[in-house]
Design a binder for this molecule. Structure first.
Ligand SMILES: [Zn+2]
Length: 408
């Protein structure tokens, strides 16, 4: 272990309340572009525009921190343009906070020929096939040009479902070494917050070891990475629970790649604060609406004559009645425009992003008022109706933090 001197931080973590039963926390994260309520779901705005939403609509939905992909911004507009224009906030007219990923995951997942070495991630340019290399230094340099409020270290991420323990160990140890290179390369720690990423697959000992190494580096925030890659949900919960149990209380904890509503509320109970996922916006493009009673596919003909909002009582601009300044969109309308891809997808994207942000807002109030266990019970009752349908992993994970979903 190589503890470093305290690194500068461009954030303040203001803890507002803790659940007296579970490990849930409510906080305000003060970032360079304004305060952000925690827990939070961060919509993914790929290529500096959230598919289907303008920056204004994203702002209206209450979003104060969104995610940009370094890989996409690095290709287009490219680093020179970002430097010339003064970063991604100006480039996309977004006055609020931005978090960027390292670009590594995008490369490994999008580019077939990506290969990881100690130096970095080697891949062939999607433009002309020339060999390229993403190093920790290059990732940080790109993120410094983007100017995001939270930047992520380059990590060596492999599927949690990999049975290769030697490779898993190597990836975990390399991620620690790469963090040290990222810290050294980071030019603006006084205005951009570097988050480390805990790796170690589903092996709890590897996760514990990695957590200790990462804590010693004292970054402003800490992410738990490599999850949400098809592993069993109970294994996922054990990793999150183990890591949060070791993390310092006064730092934000970000679980990467998580976005299903039930995963969010359970992960918050396990002590996580920040989440991101492309699912809510991607699924909108397939006609799916997220509601408290589950996901509705509005391309299904059963909705062709349902002249009610996507979700009764929803305050998003689509669902709100015209008298209340909304569009008064009905399920039947979405059904009828769903085939014309963009219009239906656009409306559902607005609704889904609003659903996710509003869910986290309600979660936060429940924690502050110390009624989160009751909130969880009501959430699952609404979603599944019948206790016999509750997913076992959620029942077990919540029992582990003192909430019996199957009780009264
Ligand atoms: Zn709505």
């Amino acid at each position: 272990m190589a503890p470093m001197s305290t690194m500068p931080s461009a954030l303040t973590f203001e803890l507002l309340g803790k659940c007296s039963v579970t490990k849930a926390r409510a906080a305000t994260l003060h970032l360079p572009h304004g305060p952000v309520p925690l827990p939070i779901f961060m919509p993914v705005a790929t290529q500096a525009s959230l598919k289907g939403l303008t920056p204004d609509q994203l702002e209206d939905a209450g979003c104060r921190l969104c995610l940009n992909n370094t890989y996409h911004l690095g290709l287009k507009p490219g680093q020179a343009t970002l430097d010339a224009i003064g970063g991604a906030h100006k480039f996309q007219s977004w006055p609020h906070n931005i978090l960027t990923d390292s670009g590594g995951f995008q490369m490994v997942s999008l580019l077939k020929l990506a290969r990881v070495t100690e130096e970095g991630v080697r891949f062939l340019s999607p433009h002309d096939g020339t060999p390229m290399l993403l190093t920790p230094e290059h990732s940080i340099s790109l993120q410094n040009s983007i100017g995001s409020d939270i930047i992520m270290q380059l990590d060596d991420v492999i599927a949690t479902t990999s049975p290769d323990l030697a490779r898993m160990t190597e990836a975990m140890e390399r991620s620690v070494r790469w963090l040290d290179r990222c810290i050294k390369a980071h030019k603006y720690p006084e205005r951009q917050n570097l988050f480390c990423i805990i790796q170690g697959g589903l092996d709890l000992d590897l996760r514990r070891e990695c957590t200790a190494e990462m804590i010693a580096r004292d970054t402003p925030g800490i992410a738990i990475g490599g999850l949400s890659g098809g592993e069993a949900k109970d294994a996922y919960c054990k990793v999150v629970d183990t890591c949060t149990g070791l993390l310092p209380e006064k730092k934000p904890r970000y679980v990467m790649g998580v976005g299903y509503p039930e995963d969010l509320v359970v992960s918050v109970a396990l002590g996580a604060d920040m989440f991101d996922c492309v699912w809510p916006t991607r699924t909108a493009r397939f006609g799916n609406a997220i509601t408290a009673r589950g996901v509705l596919n509005l391309r299904n003909a059963v909705y062709s004559e349902e002249f009610v909002p996507i979700e009764e009582g929803c305050q998003c601009v689509c669902c709100r009645p015209e008298e209340a300044g909304g569009l008064g969109i009905t399920r039947a309308y979405i059904y009828h425009v769903a085939s014309k891809e963009t219009a239906g997808a656009h409306l559902l994207t607005i609704h889904n992003v609003h659903y996710q942000l509003n869910l986290m807002k309600r979660v936060r109030h429940a924690i502050i008022e110390d009624r989160y266990p009751a909130f969880l019970k009501e959430f699952f009752r609404m979603l599944y109706d019948d206790k016999s349908k509750y997913p076992e992993w959620a029942v077990d994970a919540l029992r582990g933090v003192g909430v019996n979903l199957l009780g009264d």
